[in-house]
Design a protein around this ligand. Structure first.
Ligand code: GLC
Length: 530
């Protein structure tokens, strides 16, 4: 059975960065509604919206100070509801971020928990006198945090946090916390949203003598969430953000009784490695190491997102290679990753940007695009942390790139400027009216993919007799057979096509396919067996 999410094209957008409808310098729901035509035209099936909850924004909304509201900068609740309805009216879906692992330190639960040790809210968080506890746990935000414990002056104990110290972890040993989370799910699902991207899932429990990740208790809680949505809101999608190795990711699907979809974190850096080395081996190996997933489940694949390009799921040697190759300037590095966007990572080389999109759209999984990458937006290294990849969407070459009519100094962040990536050069409008633009090419691939039913979950078979500089594979299921050819290097390469088939050149239907195909520099072909 194919569920909507199995074959969906996802589009991650930062509401603050997307479109400002009321001219205050912040993206909002009015702006988003005005731009839904664009997303529909592009072929997006499901929008993933990063957090819009009230928040002190020390982690850009992933530090939630109230789960039951919208930060007024984005609009009113009515606005939100209207937006959800508008998205549905166009046949698209929307999922929201659900931050389960932690709250902001300004959340009233934590404020009260600090104030009174007798409060029932004290036990919503994880406290200790002994900061040596759980010492086998790694630190995720290595650049800013020295410990997973932070001392609270007010109550004289340490509290546990896997991310910034301004984000205390919730205590899942407390059944009240489970109850709260299910109430929060219920609250948002009542608005008719289609699911959640569940943030930072592996870290819900702590146990001495473990690395405090992927614990069985965490899986128990996820099953509980899944049961809740299945019983009350059937069809709701739960998408896992678990930055883990494939064998640790598999349990997050359970028996299709945990998450429906999980991001394939280890595949992502290997797509970049394959291109950098001009060698398919890393991609082939990681997919060989990827176990089959239950029917009805799916991988979410991606090239970039709102965080740094994470290099947690590679070896130390591979990480060094990736850093040397893609982040030669130290400022481009952050934690164990690279804080750059797709186009700059590809040296703004159209051929490579298209090739990466082709890989994303033809390999197994449901592709998740990151706003702006479809037009080749750049990043801004001068902005701190991950803000450099969260700059305003570039709609046209008018003031602020058409993102906002507010004076520049009122914008939450300046739009990217300069001759290569500035909005004067890179914007939606100019690419809409230019038939051979990157945007049109990406859109063409998206729409072509929708007709190729074997792509989301069909079998994958490599053409392994070809040199490693080629990444070529069959995709096949009961709907048909498809051949994808990718040239990972600049040198032209000719491939003898498998005999006994009649192929259609999907991306250029008028051109006949002969017995062999020559792939130009970083070229690719999509061939459907007719
Ligand atoms: C996730 C989010 C990231 C955030 C972190 C802590 O990894 O993607 O942006 O900083 O969780 O909430």
């Amino acid at each position: 059975m194919t569920n909507w999410y199995t074959k969906a094209i996802f589009y991650e957008l930062y509401p603050r960065a997307f479109a400002d409808g009321n001219g205050d310098g912040w993206g909002d729901f009015i702006g988003l509604r005005q731009r839904l035509d664009y997303l529909e035209w592009l072929g997006v099936d499901c929008i993933w919206m990063t957090p819009v909850y009230p928040s002190p924004l020390r982690d850009d909304g992933y530090d939630v100070s109230s789960y039951y509201g919208i930060d007024p900068k984005y609009g009113l609740m009515e606005d939100f509801k209207l937006t959800v309805d508008e998205i549905h009216r166009r046949g698209m879906k929307i999922i929201m971020d659900l931050v389960v692992n932690h709250t902001s330190d300004l959340h009233p639960w934590f404020v009260e928990a600090r104030r009174s040790k007798d409060s029932p809210l004290r036990d919503y968080y994880v406290w200790t006198h002994d900061p040596e506890k759980y010492k086998e746990t790694r630190i995720i935000f290595l650049d800013t945090e020295e410990s997973n414990w932070a001392y609270d002056e007010l109550s004289g104990e340490y509290y546990w946090h896997r991310f910034y110290s301004s984000q205390p972890d919730l205590n899942y040993d407390n059944p009240k916390v489970h109850e709260e989370m299910l109430n929060i799910l219920d609250f948002w699902l009542k608005f008719g949203i289609d699911g959640f991207r569940v943030d930072a899932v592996p870290y819900l429990y702590e146990r001495e003598g473990t690395n405090c990740e992927n614990l069985p208790e965490t899986h128990d809680f996820i099953r509980k969430m899944r049961q809740f949505v299945d019983e009350n809101y059937p069809g709701t999608l739960l998408l896992a953000e678990a930055n883990q190795w494939p064998q640790d990711l598999l349990p997050y699907f359970g028996n299709n009784d945990e998450f429906h979809v999980a991001f394939h974190f280890p595949l992502m850096p290997r797509l970049y490695m394959a291109l950098a080395k001009g060698d398919r081996t890393d991609v082939v190996n990681i997919l060989a190491d990827t176990p089959p997933i239950p029917d009805g489940c799916q991988w979410a694949t991606f090239l970039r997102n709102h965080d740094e390009l994470t290099l947690e799921m590679v070896t130390e040697e591979e990480r060094q290679f990736m850093w040397d190759y893609y982040a030669p300037d130290m400022r481009q590095r952050l934690n164990l990753g690279i804080r750059r966007r797709l186009a700059p990572l590809m040296d703004n080389d159209r051929r490579k940007i298209e090739l990466m999109h082709s890989l994303l759209l033809t390999l197994p999984g449901a592709p998740v695009l990151y706003y702006g990458d479809e037009i080749g937006m750049g990043d801004n290294i001068a902005l701190e942390d991950r803000n450099g990849v969260r700059t305003p969407m570039q709609w046209n070459d008018s003031i602020n790139g058409g993102f906002s009519v507010a004076p520049l100094e009122n914008l939450y962040a300046p739009p990217v400027s300069g001759p290569d990536y500035g909005y004067g050069t890179v914007n939606v409008l100019v690419q809409e009216i230019t038939p051979n633009s990157l945007l049109h090419r990406v859109r063409q691939m998206i729409h072509a993919r929708k007709e190729l039913d074997m792509l989301p979950r069909g079998a994958l078979q490599w053409l392994d007799h070809l040199p490693n500089t080629l990444l070529c594979f069959w995709r096949e299921d009961e709907n048909g057979k498809f051949l994808a050819l990718h040239n990972l290097v600049e040198t032209e390469q000719t491939i003898e096509l498998p005999t006994g088939y009649h192929f259609i050149n999907v991306l250029d239907e008028d051109s006949a396919v002969g017995e062999s195909i020559t792939l130009g520099a970083y070229g690719f072909y999509w061939l459907l067996v007719s």
